[in-house]
Design a protein around this ligand. Sequence first.
Ligand code: FVH
Length: 296
Amino acid sequence: MNRTDTEKTPVTLLGLGAMGTALARSWLAAGHPLTVWNRTPSRARALAAEGARTVESAAAAVAANTLVVVCLLDDASVEDTLTGTDLTGKDLVNLTTGTPSQARARAAWAAERGARYLAGGIMAVPPMIGVPGAGGFVLHSGARDLFDQCRDTLAVPAGAVHVGENPGHAALHDVALLSAMYGMFAGAAHAFALIRREDIDPTAFAPLLADWLTAMAGAVHGTAEQLRDGDYTKGVTSTLAMQVAGTPTFLGTAEEQGVSPELLAPFFALMRRRLDEGGGEEDLTGVIDLLVSRPE
Ligand code: FVH
């Protein structure tokens, strides 16, 4: 295909749910020729009015362009949609959320059908798509050369980050980052519960909470260095012994405020276990080893 530098790569997009529609609009806004298909055709109508080409079947959409992006509900819907399409010579980018093993199996499945394959994980909600500076990004894993060839197009909806050749690693990073997010939300839920019955305006409390979480987020770099070096006492400022000694204050305050400790208690129990095993001079990194099951 001869294309000048100013011509934009044509894209096929399968799946026009909330996320697929946001992706579609970002590629249209950036001037990429876009062919779309959705199981429920009515969802494609607005995009057709905005310049997308709509086709009657997934097979026709796949046939339209080399670069084929799928953003569907789950791995089963990807199989449903792509079965019966001709993937020979296609560059298939799957932005559907799934597990690492599903991603590896789907990569092998695509290779058997003659496609090059990138797995993706979208770290954004639809309003962040196509909005520079919104903070969203998309994780990709699979062949580095394919990622490099498609990078400019893949970076249109949100920053594109390659996290390795193993096709399962985008999903693994995705779930790891979202798991950390849920831990943060759990902590925030407990914090709001503590102030709930007091004369404290939650909207005045929220900026303090956001600032504190932001200030603490950088601690993950120290954790990463300790894991890399295998030295959990390196650079410790708040020892596990000190932190465990403080847990009765947290549990006592929860009791005083009529708040269940059920979100905090499991983490405190792990901290206590690590302390009892001799990790008092570490900070929290040793807890990670308690979570990882070891091969028999
Ligand atoms: N929306 C979000 O906030 C999150 C942000 C992070 C990434 N996720 C993942 O993105 C995938 C798509 O999410 P979505 O928001 O577009 O999801 P829906 O709006 O529910 O749209 C689902 C689309 O999937 C189609 N679909 C479902 N089952 C089938 C099937 N068996 N065969 C063909 N298509 C199927 C559905 O079609 P229709 O119902 O309109 O006919 C929609 O196009 C997802 O993996 C998120 O985890 C989004």
